[in-house]
Ligand binder design. Structure first.
Ligand SMILES: Cc1ncc(COP(=O)(O)O)c(C=O)c1O
Length: 390
């Protein structure tokens, strides 16, 4: 081997011609970013997006994804983090200090509440739960220490759709920041900024990715000061995302609206049909009449995610409900949603809510994949028959 071969394999003079273009942007992977000279290194400010400093603070791939997600949500600025839950944590850590209080809806995404119960609590940040179906109750709850109100539309698992604009107006009137978990609305069915919300986060893990194979989250704002605060906390916590994951989400975005519409149609069809089955006492799908908050959904949304829950009659045993879920063949048992595979999860409401907020019966949540809807219906029917009718 020539002595200088290792060096020439790294510092080779060839550079490919400029001007390559393809439907998808390229993937730029970096921890180290190389500067032409010291002056250029010293002149770069990692907060500005007109240059690169270190992979953690942005690459062409992550900047491109940030721009597209800000556009999706109707915002101006975006920060990417390694999961939807990390996006929740980033908002909490950026805006809450010891002595502050955060208000969470009773039907908040469970791990967000766990974060408040443990890490936030340890930092001297308190939380209280509010009923998102009652804007006056929220007004009564806001006190001098309240800094942040989390909103979710619809609520996780039980799917109640709140008067989002009304809740945001209450918080704004009291000078309290609002943050919306818009994972369900995904920027397609619902745009938080149109309803007076300050910060919109999303688990890109779900609809933007669409593959069931990536974890990522985003936090979008319209306000440069809020963004700067998020960006500083993001930098100090080191919450960068990998280029391959960013590329996977970029690949999901072009088909996102089509997938969302298809899964919306499938969800409404199957939820409506399940509502006619004798074992089902209630369907929890905000786009269907009779579901809690349906009128609020009508006022706020143009579409719905392919996600819904049903309540099975309390006369059945937990074992029967589990047998129903186990009997499903196309619906696979697993967390998350918006991927190609339809998913199902039975939830034990008694472990999730205070007695007053519990719903009667057994709750099972379904997430639409991309299978043929007739096959999914056949699957549901055979599982109902085998668990409850034989
Ligand atoms: C409403 C909602 N928000 C946030 C998250 C968290 O996303 P991730 O799984 O990427 O942490 C989830 C995940 O299920 C969710 O359902």
């Amino acid at each position: 081997m020539n002595d200088d071969l290792p060096t020439r394999l790294i510092h080779h003079p060839y550079s490919p011609p400029a001007g390559f273009e393809a439907p998808q942007p390229g993937v730029f992977k970096a921890s180290t970013v190389i500067f032409p000279n010291v002056a250029a290194m010293q002149a770069r400010d990692w907060r500005r997006r007109d240059g690169y400093t270190y992979g953690l603070h942005g690459t062409p791939t992550t900047f491109t994804l940030e721009e597209r997600i800000a556009t999706l949500e109707g915002g101006q600025h975006c920060v990417l983090v390694p999961s939807g839950l990390a996006a929740v944590a980033l908002v909490d850590l950026a805006f809450l200090s010891p002595g502050d209080e955060v208000l969470l809806p009773v039907n908040v995404y469970g791990p967000s509440r766990e974060l408040a119960r443990h890490e936030l609590q340890r930092m001297g940040i308190t939380h209280r739960l509010y009923d998102p179906q009652d804007a006056t109750a929220l007004a009564a709850l806001i006190g001098p220490a309240t800094r942040l109100v989390w909103l979710e539309a619809p609520g996780s698992v039980t799917m109640e759709f709140p008067d989002l604009a009304g809740l945001a107006a209450v918080a704004r009137g009291r000078g309290v920041l609002t943050a919306l978990d818009n994972t369900w609305g995904a920027g397609l069915a619902l745009r938080g900024f149109d309803h007076g919300i300050d910060i919109v986060m999303q688990a890109l893990t779900k609809y933007p990715s669409g593959g069931g194979d990536v974890l990522m989250g985003s936090v979008v704002t319209r306000d440069a000061t809020l963004h700067e605060r998020l960006k500083l906390t993001h930098m100090r916590l080191g919450l960068g995302v990998g280029a391959n994951d960013a590329e996977a989400v970029l690949r999901g975005l072009p088909s996102m609206a089509l997938r969302y519409a298809a899964q919306d149609a499938m969800g409404r069809q199957l939820a409506t049909w399940l509502g006619t089955q004798p074992e089902v006492t209630q369907v929890l799908h905000p786009a269907l009449p009779g579901s809690p908050g349906h009128a609020h959904w009508q006022r706020h949304c143009s579409a719905a995610a392919g996600l819904f829950s049903v309540l099975l009659d309390a006369r059945f045993s937990v074992a029967q409900v589990h047998a129903f879920v186990d009997a499903l063949r196309l619906f696979r048992i697993g967390y998350s949603w918006a991927g190609p595979v339809s998913l199902v999860v039975p939830y034990e409401l008694s472990t999730m809510r205070e007695p007053a907020q519990r719903l009667p019966g057994h709750l099972v949540r379904f997430s639409m994949g991309l299978e043929a809807v007739a096959d999914l219906k056949t699957d549901l029917l055979q599982a109902l028959e085998s668990a409850f009718r034989s």
